[in-house]
Design a protein around this ligand. Structure first.
Ligand SMILES: *Cc1c(COP(=O)(O)O)cnc(C)c1O
Length: 423
């Protein structure tokens, strides 16, 4: 496969999914019932979230959808060909965790807390869930553990610590210091590994399995985590409606999402395919040194392959995407639903980070900027160009999913704004 030659050479490329199907013929392994169950659970937790997190005053963890016309013009000046409308889905500014992980991570912790509280008789489904604000001693008997490159740890750590759980976050060497510091300040135990994400997960799982009172959040296989992300789709549909943006066959929705292990982009894209069917086209973006989902899906070997098998380092400035081995669960779930995957060089992430800052006064982290590879490059690669020839691009709605950034400390953002600048 030519695309795998590009991958091994760490060249920017595009993989077109040959297994994409029309939704009527596609496999949707997660049921609508599971999705509405997740959505209702988040509703039940509204009073709890409202009382616990000052940045979540209505108890709904949701982010703005912002049209970014200045960014569109600027990308076009650099050679892109965006002729429809361009939007930014600002999960970078989600409450609690400042990243897309505030969807999946928070949801999984809430679900676990609910299951314990129901089981032990301290909660009924019909109760006002804000009563869980005062159960720290109860939850303190239990431990929650997770392996993370940073942001998942933040979302799990902040939520679980607020409920009263003991929390242990196993951080890979990619994790930024400020994320570890922030967690420790909230009483979370952070264990650091001089190794990659897969190692942090493995150690976390082992540690948790050895303790009967410990629960492990499994980023690679968790259906609950995935469901937390899926709910984003109905929320986006509502926002598009509110902004009078119609999505149909003549006005398709194109969505670009940065991908690490796959859970967040997979869940969001799955929900969107369920909601908008053939009128939405979903693409992932990965760093050239870390295209784990691409190698997994393109070879069909999913979590049996890793980027090191293709001679890549797995090292990237996009810390949220620094995952060498993909989730097999997500790769298989997205087999008929994902349109394709772009890869992007690190340096360009910082160009877009600056551009977004100047044009829109929005600050996001490098990982999140990967989304711009979609609109920037879709006419550059032969296979993506071919794909888009069948789409009425002058009428399409393009959404770049900004996956993180609002918790980045000011001085670190200043470093990002000057990184890789050539004199
Ligand atoms: C986690 C993360 C992603 C990707 O999510 P995965 O579930 O790992 O694929 C993208 N961007 C940011 C900022 C993240 O933190």
């Amino acid at each position: 496969m030519d695309v795998l030659k590009d991958i091994s050479a760490a060249k920017e490329t595009f993989w077109l999914n040959p297994n994409l199907k029309a939704v009527n013929d596609a496999d949707f392994p997660i049921s609508d019932e599971q999705i509405s169950d997740a959505s209702k659970r988040l509703e039940r937790f509204q009073p709890f979230l409202e009382r616990t997190f000052s940045d979540c005053p209505d108890g709904i963890i949701e982010s703005p959808l912002k049209e970014i016309s200045g960014m569109k013009t600027s990308l076009n000046e650099d050679g892109a060909d965006i002729c429809g409308r361009l939007f930014l889905k600002m999960d970078s500014h989600l409450a609690i965790a400042g990243s897309v992980k505030a969807r999946g991570g928070v949801y999984e912790v809430l679900k676990y807390a609910e299951s314990l509280a129901l089981r032990e008789g301290i909660l009924k489904e019909a109760d006002d869930y804000s009563l869980l604000c005062d159960q720290k001693e109860f939850f303190g008997q239990y431990t929650i553990q997770v392996g993370s490159t940073g942001n998942l740890g933040l979302s799990i750590g902040i939520t679980a610590a607020a409920l009263g759980f003991k929390v242990i976050v196993h951080m890979s060497s990619d994790a930024r210091q400020w994320k570890k510091d922030m967690l420790r300040s909230k009483g979370v135990t952070v264990i650091e590994y001089d190794d990659d994400y897969s190692k942090a997960v493995e150690e976390g799982r082992r540690n948790s399995d050895a303790d009967p009172m410990s629960y492990f959040v499994d980023d690679e296989n968790s259906v609950d985590l995935f469901l937390g992300y899926v709910v984003a789709a109905e929320r986006l549909a509502k926002q598009l409606d509110e902004q009078n943006v119609k999505i149909d066959a003549d006005n398709p929705l194109i969505v670009y999402i940065p991908c690490g292990v796959g859970g967040a982009p997979g869940g969001v894209a799955y929900g969107l395919k369920r909601r908008f069917g053939d009128n939405v086209h979903c693409f992932f973006v990965e760093p050239v040194q870390c295209p784990c989902m691409l190698v997994g899906m393109a070879t069909g070997r999913h979590n049996e392959v890793c980027v090191q098998d293709f001679g890549l380092s797995g090292i990237t400035e996009a810390d949220g995407l620094a995952v060498g081995r993909p989730s097999g669960f997500v790769g298989k779930t997205m087999e008929n639903l994902l349109s394709g995957i772009f890869t992007v060089e690190d340096k360009r992430l910082f160009d877009w980070l600056r551009k977004l800052n100047v044009e829109e006064n929005v600050q996001i982290e490098p990982s999140a900027c990967a989304a711009f590879a979609g609109p920037a490059d879709r006419m550059k690669h032969d296979d993506s160009k071919k794909y888009f020839e069948n789409i009425p691009i002058e009428k399409c709605i393009e959404v770049c999913w900004a996956t993180g950034g609002s918790l980045v400390p000011g001085e670190i953002m200043q470093q990002y704004l000057t990184a890789y600048v050539e004199d």
